[in-house]
Design a protein around this ligand. Structure first.
Ligand code: FAD
Ligand code: SIN
Length: 550
């Protein structure tokens, strides 16, 4: 490609269509109004932890776009990393987390979150969460990058389900907490840089304006922007997009973590094969049956995730095959079946006996490390708006997240957000009813768009051009294509979540691609084949991104 050609294309993609401030028009004189002290958007580990904490002193409303327990949290398998086992120390966990983060962790946050972890986990246990035990003692396992077995788990490989059910039970028993299920938040309501709640939609009740003295965003990640992902359908990055539209600063959006091992069978969902399978001795083999991880990293199968994902990709390319295998046939059958009951069940439904057969796996998009920039109190750059959990960027993970550090972060940061929002409520600036009235100008309600087609094309594009391995040519192509879609999708006004989610996914994809093009080095989960080295002189810093017009 000639330089001139590249320059022309850069000029083309610079003409970006900034999204409209609000995806949907609303008129506060005719829309239903709901009032609460604290609005929590999202009901995963972070949102519910925040809600339970804030509800100690204030009325809390939790909105969630599907059932209360449909979220990334409920699908978590491996466990929670926490310093509770004999011989482990906070400083060891901190060191492992900082090492994995490759120079971009916020050391003070890592220290605070690791130290707070045992308190939060013990609280969960008091609330009834049952983690796996042997002789009445918690069992600890290991995952990539951890140098100590410090991962606790539940029902073998259903840790998230246990945590989610415990938090839902506690939230439902609390009289200060109301939960609105199937209530899709479209946008945050802001005026002069202050958040006053959100506009939401319910299939039967229609649009509603939720006025809150403090708003906590806990909408999780955006795995759905990739064709291959471990994330459930709800993970469309809505919170990232609405925070951007509202003018919040986002950070490190190029750092998308790819999980090395998801089940790869044509027609099957990309079900996660937890890293703890490798923690229990699972071995990765290529098409020829050869073990390959020891030649890539001294920790072999337990190397950090970025290393394992990239190594799998290399082996797939070398052997011209679309997947590799995980081999656990050497582990006693009884142990396997007891330890991984869900994986056994899912694999069996495709005719795979995990004790006898190799399991076909390949990497998938798994976790958004970047997100809405927050400080140590989970405050965003917008007043009266907090963010916690996967939607937030706290600095805990740097350029690469250690397995099982996310549930830990959700528990700790969610609690911090709830406590700080609650404490700051008296100082909150009240929204003067009935402003604002928002009408879209130029947004067409008529569309000839095939939303499914654009969504599927976007996911394939992101997987191909902004996936595990990136370079300028492919990122530029992706940016150009996304820009074209944005130019005729973002100006439309849709009437339900199908359209709003696509608009959010386009925006989030653009933020990922722009940030990935910007970072001209390889670090952690961001691997650029045209800049394969880590450049500590120019790039030991965060990439932030913010809407250019408000
Ligand atoms: P989520 O749990 O995803 O919750 C987000 C909530 O926001 C959902 O309820 C959703 O409905 C709601 N929401 C989103 N958009 C809107 C909207 N527009 N309006 C209203 N509501 C909305 N981490 C670990 O530490 N250990 C593990 O073992 C582990 N295993 C994992 C396995 C899988 C398969 C996956 C996908 C992730 C795993 N992770 C694990 C990561 C971890 O589960 C997540 O990062 C964490 O649960 C995120 O919690 P959260 O509360 O931030 O978001
Ligand atoms: C897993 O169980 O492998 C996922 C753990 C995580 O993402 O933290």
């Amino acid at each position: 490609m000639t330089n001139k050609f590249i320059k022309d294309r850069i000029r083309f993609v610079k003409k970006q269509t900034e999204p409209k401030r609000y995806l949907s028009s609303f008129d506060s004189r005719t829309t239903a109004h709901v009032f609460t002290d604290v609005l929590v958007i999202g009901s995963g580990v972070a949102g519910l932890s925040a809600a339970i904490q804030a509800a100690k002193h204030h009325a809390v409303l939790v909105t969630t776009k599907e059932r209360v327990d449909e979220n990334n949290t409920a699908y978590a398998q491996g466990g929670v990393a926490v310093v509770l086992s004999a011989g482990d120390t906070a400083s060891k966990h901190i060191k492992d987390t900082l090492d994995a983060g490759q120079g971009l962790c916020d050391a003070a946050i890592v220290k605070a979150f690791v130290h707070e972890g045992p308190k939060r986990v013990n609280e969960l246990i008091r609330w009834g969460a049952s983690f796996d035990k042997e002789d009445d003692q918690l069992i600890f396992t290991q995952e990539g990058g951890h140098h100590f077995p410090r991962i606790i788990h539940a029902q073998g490989d259903s840790t998230g389900k246990e945590i989610e059910h415990t938090l839902v039970k506690v939230a439902k028993e609390n009289k200060n907490i109301k939960i609105f299920e199937h209530t899709f938040v479209i946008d945050l309501i802001t005026e002069d840089g202050v958040c006053h709640g959100a506009i939401a939609w319910h299939a039967k009740k229609g649009k509603m304006l939720i006025w809150a003295k403090q708003t906590i965003l806990a909408t999780g990640g955006c795995g759905q922007v990739y064709r291959e992902t471990t994330n459930p359908d709800v993970a469309t990055g809505d919170g990232l997009a609405m925070a951007y539209r509202a003018g919040a600063t986002l950070q490190d959006m190029e750092f998308v973590q790819f999980h090395p091992t998801t089940l790869y069978i044509a027609g099957a969902v990309r079900f996660l094969i937890t890293e703890t399978v490798r923690g229990e001795g699972g071995i990765l083999r290529n098409k020829r049956g050869d073990r390959f991880m020891p030649k890539y990293h001294p920790q072999a199968e337990l190397a950090p995730r970025d290393v394992v994902s990239q190594s799998i990709l290399k082996e797939m390319q070398k052997t011209d095959h679309t997947y590799v295998y995980i081999d656990i046939r050497h582990i006693p059958k009884e142990r396997l079946y007891a330890r991984f009951p869900k994986i056994r069940e899912i694999c069996a439904s495709f005719g795979i006996d995990i004790a006898k057969d190799l399991i076909p796996v390949r990497p998938s998009a798994h976790y958004m490390i970047g997100g809405v920039k927050v400080n140590r109190f989970s405050r965003t750059t917008i007043r009266q708006l907090y963010a916690c959990g996967e939607v937030a960027c706290t600095g805990m993970h740097g350029a690469n997240r250690l397995g099982s550090n996310s549930l830990l972060e959700g528990l700790v940061a969610g609690t911090i957000a709830g406590a700080d929002a609650s404490k700051s409520i008296e100082r909150a600036k009240r929204q003067l009813f009935p402003s604002p009235t928002q009408e879209l100008t130029g947004g067409s309600k008529i569309s000839w768009l095939d939303l499914n087609d654009i969504g599927n094309s976007l996911k394939s594009l992101m997987w191909r051009d902004a996936g595990i391995e990136r370079d300028e040519k492919h990122l530029l192509e992706a940016e150009e294509m996304i820009e074209m879609w944005c130019s005729y999708v973002l100006d439309k006004e849709f009437a339900n979540p199908v359209g709003w989610e696509l608009q959010n996914m386009l925006l989030v994809s653009r933020l990922i691609v722009v940030s990935a093009r910007n970072r001209k080095e390889s670090r952690g989960v961001h691997h650029r084949s045209d800049y394969p080295k880590t450049d500590n002189i120019r790039w030991k810093k965060h990439v932030t991104i913010k809407r250019t017009k408000s």
